[in-house]
Design a protein around this ligand. Structure first.
Ligand SMILES: [Zn+2]
Length: 136
């Protein structure tokens, strides 16, 4: 039993369903879950947008808003910038700050002299614990 008392799923011609769908998408839901949320088929919004330019524009705006909503909810950091190639302003800022810090640290550290070497620990001669290992 639908709102219209007809058989089948609700459609996007119903203004209430359309509104609920667009709100869900603008809230950050993907098309699939938003479709499920309002009870329409997963492909209906795409087919509807193909024939209804007004709905297509509304859907495009809602999707952009939803993406922004999802992006803002993420944990932005330098690692996000480097590993996920995120270019959210917060990630760019964190990455720039981290780079500045690294360069400052590198400038503050004294240069190592060319003669400075790390002492390499020499291997100690092993005691002959396994004399049978040598077959020759
Ligand atoms: Zn990010």
């Amino acid at each position: 039993m639908t709102a219209y008392g007809r058989r089948g799923n609700p459609t996007l011609n119903d203004p209430a369903v359309r509104q609920a769908f667009l709100e869900a998408v603008a809230d950050g839901m993907h098309i699939g879950p938003a479709s499920q949320h309002v009870g329409i088929g997963p492909d209906l919004s795409r087919r509807h947008a193909a024939t209804d330019p007004t709905f297509a524009a509304d859907l495009k705006q809602a999707r952009a808003q939803g993406k922004k909503h999802r992006d803002d909810a993420k944990d932005h950091s330098e690692g996000h910038y480097r590993n996920q190639q995120c270019r959210h302003p917060a990630c760019i800022k964190a990455s720039n700050q981290a780079r500045t810090n690294r360069r400052q640290r590198a400038r503050q550290q004294p240069e190592t002299e060319p003669g400075d070497v790390h002492p390499i620990p020499l291997p100690m001669p092993e005691p002959a614990l396994f004399p049978l290992a040598r077959a020759s």
